[in-house]
Design a protein around this ligand. Sequence first.
Ligand SMILES: Nc1ncnc2c1ncn2[C@@H]1O[C@H](COP(=O)(O)OP(=O)(O)OP(=O)(O)O)[C@@H](O)[C@H]1O
Ligand SMILES: [Mg+2]
Length: 236
Amino acid sequence: MLLEVRNLTVYYDTVLALDDISLTVGEGEIVAMIGPNGAGKSTALKAICGLVKPKSGEVLFQGENINGKQPYQLVEKGLCLVPEGRRVFASMSVLENLEMGSYTRSNKKTLQEYIDKVFSIFPLLKERQRQRAGTLSSGEQQMLAIGRALMLKPKLLLLDEPSLGLSPNYVNTVFEKIKEINKDGTTILLVEQNARMALEYADRGYVFEIGKIAFEDKAKNLLENDKVRKSFLGGI
Ligand SMILES: Nc1ncnc2c1ncn2[C@@H]1O[C@H](COP(=O)(O)OP(=O)(O)OP(=O)(O)O)[C@@H](O)[C@H]1O
Ligand SMILES: [Mg+2]
């Protein structure tokens, strides 16, 4: 297993946000976490990448217990989060944003290779490389946020609501890109409100419900599960 979360419990002060959840992500998979607002999905991502401290439980990355590690240490190990809301550096250009995302700024050749790789996945970013990031559309900013994370060569990319606020057409585009990144060798764990779409692209899924995992299965089975459809996929 690339990632193994065991019996994770997270409190915010006295509020129980995650109650003894366990999940796994295998090398090469796309795994989706879905479920209603406030169910704890973002908290799970934050606990995995060291942004919130669990009360109990373990997170193992490539077999190593990473509890208590700082987010930057996890980035160095290949675990990288694209948080909700596309935080790009608005006043910098697209290209500068990508350069900022990299640790290899000192090595011009490697830096250029990484940038070319990102441009090959997101040709639009190449066209817009001199444009100020703050003037990109929301969909374009999302591409840039993902592109910047790819500059860190993650083994496991965590994505919190990559399709948030995007038009239906763009939602498709973003998921196609996620698929492409995955095919290229990056494992993906993502959170999505757009549950049906996420499950159509994912290998497996976890359905969260107020701090617990209510269902877990192959994505295909979840899409066909009557209870899941009724309660979590809008009844269709
Ligand atoms: N920093 C915080 N301080 C206190 N409570 C928090 C904090 N962050 C989240 N919570 C609470 O923890 C619970 C889980 O929140 P979380 O953001 O993980 O849910 P979510 O499943 O990502 O929801 P959404 O789909 O709305 O993004 C919620 O009740 C939320 O109010
Ligand atoms: Mg969330």
